[in-house]
Design a protein around this ligand. Structure first.
Ligand SMILES: [Zn+2]
Length: 199
């Protein structure tokens, strides 16, 4: 197989949800495509690489010239006493869409998962404690899923946060009805936060 195509397949294969066969199909589609899809993709990825950044405080997606992010970390209207812990920016967009939460966020950038080789050192845990220890944050809300990795992450963090004397709560997992958090509609996720339980 051509080494350029092979490298493209390998790169696509690294994306979540794309297996080897789908990666091959996309790679060959891009090579033979008559509508310039590859060029559109290159442009979008270049823009992503140049202009998109991660907020150094909360870990949400922001732009290079907007750090800490203006919509949460530099927004005076947010309730600084509530901090919602999420896995990625994806949950943030949904929660904001629900308009049922007005606190601030912290993106962990994953969950503890020995199977996927993700340990506590790969997550934004140091950044979390750097900001909760000396701050006005009174409540920490865990907004992770109902799976083994989420449970392991919550249990680890809960033990570490406990001595700080903050209120610790968890979204109402029964609202999820067994579904992964990424499949939930904004309103459902918002409801799970509103109905959160103290841990
Ligand atoms: Zn931020």
């Amino acid at each position: 197989m051509n080494i350029i195509i092979e490298n493209l397949i390998a790169a696509l294969n690294r994306l979540p949800g794309l297996g080897r066969r789908t990666s091959e199909r996309i790679a060959y589609m891009l090579v033979q495509d008559k509508f310039g899809t590859a060029k559109v993709l290159i442009k979008a990825l270049q823009k992503l690489n140049e202009d998109v950044s991660i907020c150094s405080t909360c870990g949400l997606i922001t732009s290079e010239d907007n750090n800490p992010c203006e919509y949460i970390c530099n927004n005076q209207k947010r309730d600084l006493s509530k901090l919602c812990i999420i896995e990625s920016s994806e949950e943030f967009f949904k929660i904001e869409l629900s308009k049922m939460y007005d606190g601030i966020y912290h993106v962990l950038n994953g969950k503890i998962s020995p199977i996927s080789g993700i340990s506590i050192n790969d997550l934004r845990i140091k950044e979390l404690f750097d900001r909760i220890y000396p701050s006005d944050i009174k409540e920490i809300i865990f907004c992770l899923g109902d799976d083994v990795e989420s449970a392991a992450t919550v249990s680890y963090l809960k033990e570490k946060i406990k001595p700080l004397g903050k209120l610790i709560s968890c979204i109402d997992l029964s609202v999820l009805d067994g579904a992964p958090i990424e499949y939930l509609e904004a309103k459902t996720l918002g409801k799970a936060i509103v109905q959160r339980n103290e841990m």
